[in-house]
Design a protein around this ligand. Structure first.
Ligand code: GA4
Length: 323
């Protein structure tokens, strides 16, 4: 579900355009308050928006993309070796298996820690660090604008959580190999990464020009999201849904893997997360006697334990809802 429709704080629905809203970040210099309204509306109504004119250098993006593609082109044993045997699960190189509870998808991936103090496989280090720095700055700017749009006193209340040196943020490169023939292109659905909502605060996704991402609309339909290598897709995560007491809703999405017979799809996804010991509960401005807290407080570490005990499509937040 895109929004918690039972939340009384939720604005009444206006007639909305179909499709994911586009936010032009260059509006910040011309009409800051309209920009903020559009961001808040997108988070309330869709839990996802596309950001253009985001200011992240195309060199930073293409350098990680190039290194990612080179990495996935290596023979399998080399991919395992490149990351090293000491990297604990779920980090490192993975093929088909997602998490540890039996989920599978038609993809291979690289999952890395993404805070400033983490170390990365040497072959990746500079590209990863530059990319993470740029997209985490973008996440923080967007979170500050969201806080402003929600009339929250402390404008960095959300961004501080992911700026923390102990932040549990992640970077994931997903590689969906190209199909071998027209038969597999036309017939059947190949799920690359099954339906789920992202557990963290904010997700910043960039893919090449191959389609695959779909979001689930409030009426349960799967809506394809146009790929745009020059833009980022920003998604509200479960933790931001809780922090805003359900005013923003995390978006259920999935990635299909049958969009191209000639070219692989690669997405680069940053998940902005709090430190493990941070408490996640609705911020005070989102709670009142008329809008009581919908969630019991939990630490990010507790949420992660629930996450890793769940299947990909489970609605993990249910266990933390107040009855
Ligand atoms: C979904 C979002 C991120 O890719 C991820 C995934 C994680 C993993 O691959 O280990 C999980 C999934 C994700 C949520 C439920 C659990 C854990 C796989 C899975 C079945 C890295 C994350 O943080 O949560």
């Amino acid at each position: 579900m895109v929004v918690a429709s039972t939340n009384p704080l939720k604005r009444s629905k206006k007639t909305k355009a179909v499709g994911v809203p586009t936010i032009d970040l260059s509006l910040i210099h011309k009409d800051r308050s309209t920009l903020i309204d559009l961001i808040v509306e997108a988070c309330e109504d869709f839990g996802i928006f596309k950001v253009i004119n985001h200011g992240v250098s195309s060199d930073v993006i293409s350098s990680l993309e190039r290194q990612g593609l080179d990495f996935f082109a290596k023979p399998t044993p080399e991919k395992h070796r490149a990351v090293g045997p000491t990297v604990p699960k779920p980090f490192g190189y993975g093929f088909r298996n997602i998490g540890s509870n039996g989920d599978v998808g038609d993809l291979e991936y690289l999952l890395l820690h993404a805070n400033i103090s983490s170390t990365h496989p040497p072959l990746f280090s500079d590209a990863v660090n530059d990319y993470v720095e740029a997209v985490s700055d973008l996440s923080c700017s967007l979170l500050d604008l969201m806080a402003e749009g929600l009339w929250v006193q402390d404008k960095s209340i959300f961004s501080r959580l992911i700026r923390d040196s102990q932040s549990d943020s992640l970077l994931r490169l997903n590689h969906y190999p190209a199909l071998k023939n027209w038969d597999s292109f036309i017939n059947g659905e190949r799920i690359g990464f099954g339906e789920h909502s992202d557990p963290q605060i904010l997700t910043i996704l960039r893919s090449n020009d191959i389609a695959g991402l779909q979001i689930c609309t409030p009426d349960g339909l799967w809506l394809p999201v146009q790929p745009d290598p020059n833009a980022f897709y920003v998604m509200v995560g479960d933790a931001l849904q809780v922090l805003t007491n359900g005013r923003f809703g995390s978006v259920k999405h999935r990635a299909m893997a049958n969009s191209s017979i000639s070219k692989a799809r690669m997405s680069m996804i940053y998940f902005g997360a709090p430190p493990l010991n941070a408490t996640i509960s609705p911020i005070k401005e989102m709670v009142s006697p008329l809008n009581p807290s919908l969630y019991k407080p939990f630490t990010w570490g507790e949420y992660k334990r629930a996450m890793h005990a769940s299947r990909l499509s489970d609605c993990r937040l249910n266990q933390f809802k107040r009855r």
